[in-house]
Design a protein around this ligand. Sequence first.
Ligand code: ZN
Length: 130
Amino acid sequence: MEHHLRTNRSEEMINITSIIENEIRNTGVMNGIVTIFVPHTTAGITINENADPDVIHDILFGLSKIVHKYPEFKHFEGNSHAHIKASLMGSSCNVIIEDGRLKLGTWQGVYFCEFDGPRNRKIYVKLIEG
Ligand code: ZN
């Protein structure tokens, strides 16, 4: 399955947990594994806290402190910081499906990470029943 997402800022983390759970519900798969894959080089995916939105703010702030926009970067697009952050987050994650729901921790959510927006983005979702 392919899901389309419009991001609104240069950098943001969007909770896509309910999108994934809706897709699982539509397939009727009750138990298995879901892979969520982001086919982009300046966006990533991660699992982190869904309760306090300040955590998401602090992750983006912390990444900006780790990855600077160095003038020595050579990439012609000028967005190497976004490529590096995308690699730090990774481009896919796997979650167990149990009783038709994602088997996440109480405080966990699945986040699409935009590092070079706003853009139209895609998410690939693949379910393996078992
Ligand atoms: Zn680039």
